[in-house]
Structure formats: structure tokens, C-alpha cells
Write a new protein. Sequence first.
Length: 204
Amino acid sequence: MSKNDDFKDLANRAYMAYHQDGIIDMMLGAGVTGFGLRMFFDSPALIVLSWMPFLFYLPLKTHITAPRFGYVRFTGEEEERMKNTRLILLGLLVFIFVLGLVLALVYGRIAPQMQAFISQNGILLLGGLAALLLAVAAAVTGLRRFYLYAVLTLLFNIAGVLLAVNEGLMTVLLGLTIFAVGAWLLSRFLRAYPLPEEEEGRGR
């Protein structure tokens, strides 16, 4: 293996470690939970809960992740993947906001037959689209656990339909599951990458 290949491998490992903090997972889980609450209570005002968590992504990265990596700056392919990750986050945020806005404005104006179709099949269509977006996110960013979230999204939606459980409740449960995975990743990340002063304290 050449030095260039060694450097790429090292950069890729650093990139993957940088995103093992679970923060993006927790923000995604919180956003999905907020969207589920908006559906459960049928309140357009609660749509804010679906996109607000994403506002905390960069501050949390700055205060939790960056200090442990010495404010690492990625270049080349890793920098491109970082940009793609941010774009996907922004895309998910815009998608959730626009979808909620459209549903709030249009649903009451469409034909009753279309309302019935959306009521019966809308959650499956929405779940399929969300799963597709998560799979694309996994492919673009290299964070393979997003494939798991795509599968979970489909399973939770299908289970909700088969068990006749309120789709809002199932969406909340899905969001809490993703959030729990993120919290577990964050806990493991903090143990694996303590701050310098924490390492000094352990050595005493």
C-alpha cells in the first residue's frame, strides 16, 4: 500500500470516527419524534418540533466532537463527504418543513376520495419516501447505520398499518428508537474519546 493510500485510509477512519458521536442520529430521532407528535395531535403548530432539533447539530458538534479531534479539518474526499452530509441534513430539514406545510394547507381542500386514499395509504407512501431518503443518505455519507434506519422506517410503518396503530404514535416510537441509538453511540464515543483533562484525571 502506497503512502497516498495510507493517508486516504487514515483520513477515512478519522471521518468515520468523527461521525460516530451519535449526534446526527439524535437530531434525526428528535426530528422524527417531533413529526410524529405533530401527526398524533393533528396540530400544524407542532411541525416546529420536527425541524428545531437540527438547529442544535452544529453547536453540539462544536462543543462535544470538535474538541476531541483537535478541531480537525478534512480535505479532499472527506471534505466532500462532510459537505454532502450537511446538504442531506438540510435536505431532510426542508423536506420535513415543506411536507408539513403542504399537508396543513392542502389536505382540507382536496376531494374526499383523495383524503380517504391518503388516510389509508399515506403513511406507507411517506414511510417509503423517508426510507429512500435515508438509504440515499447512507450511500452518500458512508454512514451505513442509516440503512438500518431506512429498514426500521419501513418496518414501523408496515407494523402500524397491520396492527392498526395510530401512525403518529408509530412515528414517535420510530423517532425514539433512532434517538436511543444515537444516545448509545454518544455514550460510547465519550468513553472512547475523552477530553485531554479527563485523560489526565484517569492517569492520576
